[in-house]
Write a protein of this length. Structure first.
Length: 59
């Protein structure tokens, strides 16, 4: 399993008329994705995670 690089950008559709709540939700989603990427990169040698990924790729 290869690590996800920092150059990976998460893009969401932009809107000029976005409200503050939707901006906060978008920021929360981006933070969750970044935390997941950091966690996944730290656990690349985890054999159980490799098995789960392998099963998901087959399905």
């Amino acid at each position: 399993m290869t690590p996800i690089t920092e150059e990976t950008h998460v893009r969401f559709p932009e809107s000029e008329h976005r409200g503050q709540r939707s901006c906060e939700r978008l920021a929360a989603r981006i933070r969750m994705i970044r935390r997941y990427i950091i966690w996944r990169n730290k656990h690349t040698a985890d054999e159980r995670l490799r098995k789960v990924v392998a099963r998901a790729n087959v399905a």
